[in-house]
Design a protein around this ligand. Structure first.
Ligand code: PLP
Length: 424
């Protein structure tokens, strides 16, 4: 009952009881457990229940909860103070590590969230091109800045808010929305309005309508068309950066964007964001150039420390192949169980992220993602939660595996799925 009483208490002082909407279980029903602590692949709630965590703080915790080396570095760092508002060597070290892995980035600026990174990158693209319009794709989520709350994914999708009240029509009107994976749509738009478009922003692998992979030629088309018409190509790699590979999705798909937005993993579980790219563009950012952007806690020493240690471990231990193999094994086993039970499903997986959609149809964009049987997802979610497996509480999110998930965890998840499907 402690979880429930905390939720009731939270609702008295925090809108909906949560500080980010999807945490409230609105999409799956019921009440969220209140988490007391996490360790490795597990989280524990206030009532002492243990869960194998399959959303890992929505992506940042690729090394699991409380990875020893990260905690040790953080502990040392915190003893030196928590913020100075003055430059530190840590910021250079993290910038150098990122630039070393993502060659499209020549200069990088740290901020405090993915939302801030995207908002700043879009401002920069508009300033650089002296154009107003931006193109995004249906079901992609790029944080909650006004221009991006138009046909957004993630919580905005889960809650069925295509755009939020409070976003003036004049601002939403500058955002052009196209279906994900529609190369033809992109070509047609550019042929008509190419000279007006400041930038195209895309999740190179979408993670916010569930996982949706780019079809062959889609990212190439974005690169070609933006180049041809002098628009900026922004890859939002807030999820995929250091997740899909050390070089992110751009490394895996071998496409070099003009600007990249990062977050999540590069902060190792602390609040962070970053945007970076071609020197020529980034030099327009204040104080090198006229495009204003600032932040009291940007480049915060604790976030830099956690991010730096996380990236160093990822590089040193070369963990991506193992993670991918484990994820494929898990997703494959779940798929097999669903197939044996005759439950319609479609699995999209890449590296250590995947989504199970409850539809037979291939999921390649928002329209096909929405064909998933949400009622079945809700039942599946609760049947697993009851058995100590915590999926992201929405159909339209990605399941993330970490290096802390053991073979034993995978076996437990698979047996729980076997039991759960009998119930649903
Ligand atoms: N971009 C993508 C692709 C995301 O998935 C998210 C958050 O989930 C964001 C941007 C916004 O990041 P934040 O929640 O740190 O503001």
């Amino acid at each position: 009952m402690k979880n429930l009483s905390l939720f009731e208490r939270a609702k008295k002082v925090i809108p909906g009881g949560v500080n980010s909407p999807v945490r409230a279980f609105g999409a799956v029903g019921g009440n969220p457990p209140f988490i007391k602590w996490g360790c490795g692949s597990k989280i524990y709630d206030e009532e002492g229940n243990e869960y194998i965590d399959l959303f890992m703080s929505w992506g940042p915790l690729i090394l699991g909860h409380g990875r020893k080396e990260v905690i040790q570095k953080l502990t040392e760092a915190v003893l030196n103070g928590t913020s100075y508002g003055a430059p530190t060597e840590l910021e250079i070290l993290l910038a150098e590590e990122i630039i070393d892995s993502l060659p499209s980035i020549e200069l990088i600026r740290f901020v405090n969230s993915g939302t801030e990174a995207v908002m700043s990158a879009v401002r920069l693209a508009r300033a650089f091109t002296k154009r107003k319009f931006l193109v995004k794709f249906d079901g992609c989520y790029h944080g909650h800045s006004d221009s991006m709350l138009v046909s957004a994914g993630s919580g905005a999708l889960t809650f069925g808010i295509p755009s939020s009240p409070g976003v003036p029509e004049e601002i939403a009107g500058l955002t052009i929305v196209l279906p994900y994976n529609s190369s033809e749509g992109v070509k047609e738009l550019f042929s008509k309005r190419g000279e007006e478009i400041a930038c195209v922003i895309v999740e190179p692998v979408a993670g916010n309508m569930g996982v949706v992979l780019p079809e062959k030629g889609f990212l190439e088309t974005l690169r070609d068309e933006t180049k041809k018409y002098g628009a900026i190509l922004i890859f939002d790699e807030v999820i995929t950066g250091f997740r899909i590979s050390e070089g992110g999705a751009q490394g895996a798909f071998k496409i070099s964007p003009d600007l990249t937005c990062l977050g999540k993993i590069i902060g190792g579980g602390l609040p962070v964001g970053a945007y970076g790219g071609k020197r020529e563009i980034m030099e327009m950012v204040s104080p090198s150039g006229p495009v204003y952007q600032a932040g009291t806690l940007s480049g915060n020493p604790l976030a830099m420390t956690a991010g730096l240690e996380t990236i160093r471990i990822l590089k040193k231990e070369k963990l991506y192949d193992i993670l991918e193999e484990r994820t494929r094994k898990l997703a494959g086993a779940i798929g097999k169980i669903l197939k044996e039970k005759g439950i319609p499903h479609w699995l999209n997986q890449i590296a250590s992220m995947f989504t199970i959609f409850f539809t037979n149809e291939q999921v390649k964009d928002l329209t096909t993602a929405k064909k998933s049987d949400i009622t079945l997802f809700k039942k599946f979610f609760h049947a697993l939660l009851k058995r100590g497996i915590y999926l992201p509480p929405s159909q339209f999110e990605a399941i993330f595996l970490s290096t802390a998930h053991t073979d034993e965890d995978l076996e437990k998840i698979i047996s729980a799925v076997e039991e759960a499907v009998k119930e649903i």
